[in-house]
Design a protein around this ligand. Structure first.
Ligand code: FAD
Length: 259
């Protein structure tokens, strides 16, 4: 409704601050608590993020140095990671701050919102690299969603979310055969989650109602059919793919506040 839109805080589009914050939170919380046991899995995931992460140069360089540090070791305890972040690393991590993902209060939006943005933006970046013939030929279209699935399985703090996500993506390797399809696969999946959570009070921010994304206002040409509430019922997937590439492309992710 207009009222809820008026109440919106933060920016309408994802920003670098959002995705940088997702990685900082991820390292300090989700990955940190699984060390030293899942050392190799932490390293593998950080490599994926470093390769496709469309965030700031600062975070990019931080990840490069951390991976280098880990490559020279056979294990790392959570205290050693903390010590690396606080004292060894020359590059200091930015503080966690949300723009687009800033909620009406601190219990709303935040990390889970920024994690979605990170996943979408990495998948889009990979599809764009593929279109530009810049991807190594051994990278398969479903690789990224499988890495995301492993991250969610092993590290994501929300058990219920992980259970649903693993269930939803259990056949991903057989359903995805192009990089474009990969972008659309996560988009469809996210809309399924939005639909399931609609009306639930726990994680929902009243200022950000769970509606099919993108709305007709966001992308007129994406939406083929709407229902009586103006919610999208059917999408043109080619138009939606182009919209997602634009929405999640680094060039278009700015630090400008739109509201
Ligand atoms: P989010 O749903 O977090 O979306 C963030 C942003 O992504 C939106 O603001 C918009 O810019 C963009 N976006 C929205 N829809 C799409 C789309 N279809 N395609 C591309 N971009 C889109 N919470 C639960 O309570 N139960 C669960 O089972 C659960 N499972 C989750 C599973 C995963 C993998 C993740 C990352 C989160 C899960 N969450 C779950 C959290 C929940 O999905 C939201 O992140 C949370 O409710 C905050 O919602 P939000 O309004 O900030 O928007």
């Amino acid at each position: 409704t207009n009222k809820s839109i008026e109440k919106k805080i933060g920016s309408l589009k994802p920003t670098l601050t959002d995705i940088d914050s997702s990685v900082v939170w991820m390292i300090k919380k989700d990955l940190h608590r699984k060390l030293p046991n899942l050392f190799d899995d932490v390293k593998a995931w950080l490599n994926v993020v470093h390769t496709y992460y469309p965030g700031s140069d600062t975070m990019h360089n931080f990840l490069r140095d951390l991976i280098h540090f880990m490559n020279n070791r056979t294990t790392l305890s959570s205290n050693e990671l903390k010590n690396y972040i606080d004292t060894i690393s020359v590059i200091k991590l930015p503080e966690v701050k949300f723009d687009h993902c800033n909620g009406s209060d601190t219990s709303k939006r935040g990390y889970t919102c920024s994690l979605w943005l990170l996943f979408h933006s990495m998948i889009v970046k990979q599809a764009i690299l593929h279109e530009q013939n810049l991807l190594p030929s051994n990278v398969k279209p479903s690789d990224m969603i499988l890495s995301i699935r492993e991250y969610v399985r092993r590290f994501f703090l929300c058990d219920e979310c992980a259970k649903h996500f693993l269930n939803m993506t259990s056949n991903a390797e057989n359903e995805i055969n192009s990089f474009k399809e990969n972008v659309l696969y996560l988009w469809r999946g996210h809309n399924k989650v939005n639909k399931r959570l609609r009306g639930e009070q726990i994680s929902n921010d009243p200022a950000w109602p769970k509606v099919p994304f993108p709305t007709k206002e966001q992308c007129n040409s994406c939406v083929r059919e709407i229902d009586e509430n103006n919610d999208a019922l059917e999408y043109d997937e080619n138009e939606t793919y182009n919209y997602l590439k634009d929405y999640y492309d680094l060039q278009n992710i700015t630090n400008q506040k739109n509201l």
